[in-house]
Write a protein that binds this ligand. Structure first.
Ligand SMILES: Cc1ncc(COP(=O)(O)O)c(C=O)c1O
Length: 402
């Protein structure tokens, strides 16, 4: 049993989650009023210590006092193959298809540069992770948003007709896909993925599949790597993975791509080298070696049980308020709560509600940054005691009198 209950003090560690609020108005949440501490329910890192096998591997490496450039060893590729094979039942993955990336967003931008010309428009589902917009638009690309649509059970679905219409109207040849989806928490099923890839094949659209959340799947669901959908998908998809979300190692930039299409693989490596120093970070290697192990797998399994419990607690407490709608996510540790009806009843906007929470340290995130003005995103990867503290503050100060 790993420890997911200790509340760890991050003071003095320059942690974005704790020290970030108030730093960039309109982008980061506001810092709380005096007397309230930040309960980090926002940026996608966890309030849990990473898996002990990773810390152990890092400590061992740090004992050796030289940290110069080095060659990515065979062991890295073997660990990735081990993880993808055992965790996601990937078949036929070899070293040739794998390449290190200094961060997933960086990899998404590199992939866009490989697949598109400057200024070209890429299709994306909306809502979407804000980092895509920042990264891709800053790099000179445009985004065409195809809205996801909530079904009768509150589950977000792709609108294939809408996607096709936009692909044709804007002459689109690249799609940025989030599998599983942040912030909506969807694990796309086989039928949806097959239909999407058939559409991409029909219109010759290549796909950048960000699978950074693929290890954080709720009990009862299974992640399907997009490349596994068909032979065509295997050659049409650039997939990206990382340790960051899975093991709470986002500061480590330990990421990688999988590309089976030899030409795309060559172009991706070439473009990565043109853009930045895209070699492995010296501490990423021990992190990978400690993470992609049976111990790492067990840690993630236990983590997802804890997150599932946190989701149930938060949903049961928030659903007591008429007009607050939340569906248990199938993946990620993000709960995307629709407060639009509650806010309409109480004469306030969802942004005002988000700000009200932040003032008392309920540091959640206004859905507008994901292009969903009805929702607030809550990061529930935190010890139960912290979550209870947040829910009490929500009851007492936020949803109390509107
Ligand atoms: C879908 C998605 N992709 C990428 C990232 C960031 O990845 P990185 O820090 O490796 O660039 C995040 C972080 O929240 C994310 O949610």
């Amino acid at each position: 049993m790993y420890d997911f209950t200790t509340v760890i003090d991050r003071t003095g560690q320059h942690a974005f989650a704790i020290d970030g609020p108030g730093r960039i108005p309109g982008v980061f949440p506001e810092s709380p009023d005096e007397g309230f501490d930040v309960i980090p329910l926002w940026v996608a890192d966890m309030s849990f210590a990473t898996c002990p096998s990773i810390t152990k591997a890092l400590k061992k490496r740090v004992e050796h006092p030289l940290f110069g450039y080095f060659i990515t060893p065979q062991e890295f590729y073997e660990r990735v193959v081990y993880w993808q094979t055992t965790r996601h039942q990937v078949k036929g993955l070899t070293k040739q298809a794998i390449g290190y990336e200094n961060g997933v967003v960086a990899g998404v931008i590199t992939a866009a540069q490989v697949l598109c010309t400057p200024g070209e428009t890429l299709l994306i589902h909306s809502p979407h992770y804000n980092g895509f917009e920042n990264g891709l638009c800053n790099a000179g690309f445009r985004l065409e948003r195809s809205p996801l649509v909530r079904d009768d059970c509150g589950i977000m679905r792709m609108d294939f007709e809408d996607m096709e219409r936009r692909i044709v109207a804007k002459n689109i040849h690249a799609l940025v896909f989030c599998n599983p989806h942040n912030p909506c928490g969807r694990v796309w099923d086989a039928e949806e993925l097959a239909r999407m890839m058939a559409l991409c094949q029909k219109h010759d659209v290549y796909v950048i599949s960000d699978e950074i959340w693929s290890d954080l799947i709720a009990p009862g669901y299974r992640h399907l790597p997009l490349q596994s959908v068909s032979a065509d998908a295997r050659g049409r998809v650039i997939a990206l993975y990382a340790l960051g979300k899975t093991f709470n190692l986002s500061g480590m930039l330990a990421s990688y791509h999988i590309i089976y299409n030899e030409r795309l693989k060559h172009l991706m490596e070439r473009q990565g080298k043109l853009n930045y120093y895209n070699e492995m970070h010296v501490l990423s290697l021990p992190a990978f070696l400690g993470a992609y192990t049976p111990e790492g797998a067990q840690w993630v399994n236990e983590l997802m049980q804890v997150i599932s419990g946190n989701m149930e607690l938060a949903i049961s407490r928030l659903s007591r308020y008429p007009g607050v709608r939340c569906t248990k996510p199938q993946a990620t540790y993000m709960l995307f709560v629709d407060f639009s009806a509650w806010c309409a009843d109480h004469g306030m906007t969802v942004s005002e509600l988000a700000a009200k929470g932040c003032r008392v340290g309920v540091t959640w995130q206004d859905g507008r940054i994901y292009h969903d003005p009805d929702c607030i995103r809550m990061n529930l990867a935190l010890p139960r005691a912290l979550l209870e503290k947040a829910l009490e503050r929500i009851d007492r100060y936020v949803l109390c009198a509107g």
